[in-house]
Design a binder for this molecule. Structure first.
Ligand code: CP
Length: 337
C-alpha cells in the first residue's frame, strides 16, 4: 500500500532545512532500507526515474553510494563531469537547473572547494529547478555525510542521544586542504539532538562564524552543550564519540599550500592509541573518509576495536537512498520487511 508523501519534491541542501522530526523519519527509512538490502528484499520504487549527479570535485563514497543507491531503487544515476559539460564554459546555475529538471527527477551537486560559492550555487540551481536538489557537499554543509553519521551514532548508542559527549576535532594532514563542511555539518546537526559537542582545533583552523552561532543556539534549545577548545586531548577526555579529521582555512582555499604549511606546526594532532585512552571505554572513532593514515589517524585506531568507519561509510548508501526515495516518490511506499 502506498501513502501520500509530504516529502515529495523537497530539496536536501542542509540538515538545518529539515525539522528534527523529519530528519528522524529519514533515519527510520534509512534503517528499513538497510535491513531490506541485507535481507535481499527488492525495493525498486523509483522505476524509470533519473537523478543527475554533478561533481565539481572528486568523490568515492558520495558518487558511488548515489549511483548504487539509485540502481537499487530502480532509478538511474547520471554522472555529469563538470569539466566536460557546458558549465565549464560558464552556463548558469539557473539554465542548468531548468534544463536538467526537464530531463529527470532530481539533481545532486557537489561544489565544496570554494568558500562562499558552493552553497549559493546549489541554492541557485534549486531556485529554478522544479525537481528536488541534493547537496552532495558544499562549502558549508555535507548533509548526506552527517545524516549517515547520525544514523551510525544511533545504531551504537540508541535513539536518545541527550548528553552524549562528542569530540569533533581537527587533525593533521599534508594531502590537501579539506573542506570545512563536515565539521560544520556535525556541530550544527548533533547539537539539535541534545549532544554535548566539543569542537577542537588549532587557532588558525576556525570554522565559519555562522555555523558556530547555529551550534550554540541549537545546544541551548536542545539542552545539549557546545564548547570550543584548542586542545585535542581536552576534547577527547571522557568522549563517547571522537570524530577527528583535517580541514583547511576559510581564507586560504585559494592558496591551499599556505594552509598546509601552517598545518605542519600541528603534526601532533593525530588520533592514536594514547589519545583514545582519554575517551570512554565504549567510545567510537568516526571519520567521513578518506582518512590520511599515519597523519590524521594511526592504523591501530582506524583498524581497531573503537573504529566504526566502514559501518559509517556503508550508511552513506542507506541515507542517500532514503532521501531519494522520500523526495522522488510521488507516493511513499510501505516498506515491508
Ligand atoms: N565522505 C565523503 O564524502 O567521501 P567522498 O569524498 O569519497 O565522496
Amino acid at each position: 500500500m502506498e501513502t501520500s508523501n509530504k516529502y515529495f519534491g523537497r530539496d536536501y541542501i542542509s540538515t538545518s532545512d529539515w525539522s528534527k522530526e523529519d530528519l528522524i523519519e529519514v533515519l527510520e527509512v534509512s534503517s528499513k532500507l538497510k535491513e531490506m538490502r541485507h535481507k535481499g528484499i527488492p525495493h525498486r520504487h523509483l522505476l524509470g526515474q533519473t537523478v543527475f549527479l554533478m561533481f565539481f570535485d572528486k568523490s568515492t563514497r558520495t558518487r558511488n553510494s548515489f549511483e548504487a543507491g539509485a540502481t537499487q531503487l530502480g532509478a538511474h544515476a547520471h554522472f555529469i563531469d563538470i569539466a566536460t559539460s557546458q558549465i565549464a564554459h560558464g552556463e548558469t546555475a539557473k539554465d542548468t537547473g531548468i534544463i536538467l529538471s526537464s530531463y529527470g527527477e532530481a539533481i545532486a551537486i557537489r561544489h565544496d572547494l570554494i568558500p562562499g560559492e558552493g552553497n549559493s550555487y546549489i541554492r541557485e540551481v534549486a531556485k529554478y529547478a522544479d525537481v528536488p536538489v541534493f547537496n552532495m557537499q558544499c562549502d558549508i554543509d555535507h548533509p548526506f555525510q552527517t545524516t549517515a553519521d547520525l544514523m551510525t551514532i544511533r545504531e551504537e548508542f540508541g535513539k536518545d542521544l541527550q548528553g552524549l559527549k562528542i569530540a569533533v576535532s581537527w587533525a593533521y594532514t599534508k594531502s590537501y586542504a579539506k573542506p570545512l563542511s563536515v565539521p560544520q555539518g556535525l556541530i550544527t546537526l548533533l547539537t539539535r539532538f541534545g549532544c554535548e559537542v566539543t569542537l577542537a582545533h588549532p587557532p588558525e583552523f576556525k570554522l565559519m562564524k555562522n555555523t558556530l552561532k547555529e551550534a550554540e543556539e541549537n545546544a541551548r534549545k536542545s539542552g545539549g552543550k557546545f564548547a570550543i577548545t584548542d586542545s585535542m586531548e581536552d576534547a577527547f577526555e571522557g568522549a563517547d564519540v571522537v570524530y577527528p579529521k583535517s580541514w583547511g582555512i576559510e581564507e586560504l582555499f585559494s592558496k591551499p599550500e599556505e594552509a598546509l604549511a601552517l598545518a605542519e606546526k600541528y603534526k601532533g594532532w593525530i588520533c592514536d592509541s594514547d589519545k583514545m585512552k582519554l575517551t570512554n571505554d565504549n567510545s567510537i572513532y568516526m571519520h567521513c573518509l578518506p582518512a590520511d593514515r599515519g597523519k590524521e589517524v594511526s592504523d591501530e585506531v582506524i583498524d581497531g576495536s573503537h573504529s566504526r568507519v566502514f559501518q559509517e561509510a556503508e550508511n552513506r548508501l542507506h541515507t542517500s537512498k532514503a532521501v531519494m526515495l522520500m523526495t522522488m516518490a510521488k507516493k511513499l511506499p510501505n516498506l515491508k520487511l
